[in-house]
Ligand binder design. Structure first.
Ligand SMILES: [Zn+2]
Length: 395
């Protein structure tokens, strides 16, 4: 529950706190707001007026109202402002403009090697983002935040990537500081899997409080939402399951320097390598997916075994965080049920019955849109927080 009892009676801080009740988009009357908050009707009226002045809240037509009576219900106006959402992958980059509900208004994608370094990649991102804003006929002053996902660990407090293995030149680069030289808005940075978890939840599981999103692609990682909140841990690396050791791994070397890591056995390139050793002509995870789709038995078995390996690690996750949904995404999830069947086989066998009684293990519904959607959520959550609304009012 939002505590809105604090804050001055007429100041914007009171309005920004009242807004927390309205930001879910459900229409409410002044009377119901007064009842929920215990505040006087006059106080509610003043705060609603302030939010309408900012354009953040709009009257909603009242179905029951007749005879030209003014509308008595109010809700978030998603069109009031816009955010930028960026998904910077290992070899592609996507930038989108969304409204305050996360609806994509315009989007641009390009092949982009993250190893070209932060100034090149972020420079493209800013330029393409502003071009989209202009194409939409919107003013850049309507931008309230930008959310950025990157394919590596991010120190959450500073928005700096830390020792990202596939992002040469990005180590400890001040992403927010650089972007703010070009865009005068808050800059939120997180790793791609965390934002995919936010995107998956927003799209498919808005009422689920405990969700684990697993990305299986060139690498393997997970984003953990517990109690409705993304869990980043002390340094921002919570959920990084790719280098947990699995029993079958034995002496398989991993690029991290250890042996037997999950990523060295069950990632797209690892499955491709295993199939190559059996004589198949496969060079990448997408080759594996193609083979599976054509019904190749060896590829199907290899993918199912990868699912079991992932399931072994997820069994420990299930014991730790007791999620009600595990969503499997990333490019290898396109192999469909075969991967998920392997995960289910192990998790449902090895976990305590109470933990799996209501546990759904499913393919990501947001699929390739998870990251952009999640980046917009990151930006919107910040922009619509009490502090974000106060900052908007002060602009
Ligand atoms: Zn490793």
């Amino acid at each position: 529950m939002v505590d809105i009892s604090r804050g001055s009676a007429l100041g914007i801080s009171g309005a920004s706190e009242l807004f927390q009740l309205l930001r879910d988009g459900a229409p409410r009357t002044r009377a119901s707001l007064a009842q929920t908050t215990g505040l006087a009707r006059s106080t509610i009226a003043a705060r609603v007026d302030e939010l309408m002045r900012l354009g953040l809240v709009t009257p909603v037509a009242d179905a029951a109202s007749t005879g030209g009576r003014p509308p008595s219900q109010f809700a978030l106006n998603p069109a009031a402002r816009i955010v930028l959402a960026a998904d910077l992958g290992a070899s592609h980059a996507t930038i989108a403009v969304t409204d305050l509900s996360g609806t994509v208004l315009a989007e641009r994608s390009e092949p982009m090697d993250i190893a070209r370094g932060p100034e090149t990649v972020l420079g493209w991102m800013v330029e393409a983002g502003l071009a989209l804003v202009a194409e939409l006929g919107r003013d850049r002053k309507e931008l309230v935040a930008i959310g950025i996902g990157v394919p590596g660990p991010v120190e959450h407090s500073t928005g700096r990537p830390v020792n990202p293995p596939i992002m040469p030149g990005w180590d400890r680069f001040d992403v927010p500081g650089w972007v703010q030289q070009h865009l005068e808005v808050p800059v939120l940075v997180d790793n791609d899997v965390n934002i995919m978890a936010l995107g998956e939840r927003a799209l498919a599981w808005p009422n689920v409080e405990h969700l684990v999103f697993v990305k299986v692609a060139t690498g393997i990682g997970s984003g953990v939402i517990s109690g409705g909140l993304l869990q980043r841990g002390a340094q921002g690396i919570a959920g990084d399951i790719g280098h947990v050791r699995v029993a079958r791994g034995a002496d398989v070397p991993c690029h991290c320097g250890n042996r037997g890591c999950l990523e060295a056995l069950a990632s797209g390139p690892a499955i491709a390598r295993a199939l190559r050793e059996q004589g198949a002509d496969v060079h990448s995870g997408s080759d594996v997916v193609e083979l599976v789709k054509r019904g190749d038995i060896d590829a199907i078995q290899a993918v199912r075994q990868a699912g079991r390996d992932i399931g072994e690690v997820l069994t420990a996750c299930v014991s730790l965080v007791n999620p009600s949904v595990i969503a499997i995404g990333g490019s290898m999830a396109r192999a469909g049920e075969h991967l998920i069947a392997g995960v289910r086989e192990v998790v449902y066998t090895r976990s305590m019955p109470l933990a799996t009684e209501h546990l759904a293990i499913v393919q990501s519904a947001a699929a390739e849109n998870a990251a952009v959607l999640g980046a917009s959520m990151l930006a919107i959550h910040h922009a619509l927080s009490p502090e974000g609304i106060d900052a908007l009012a002060a602009r």
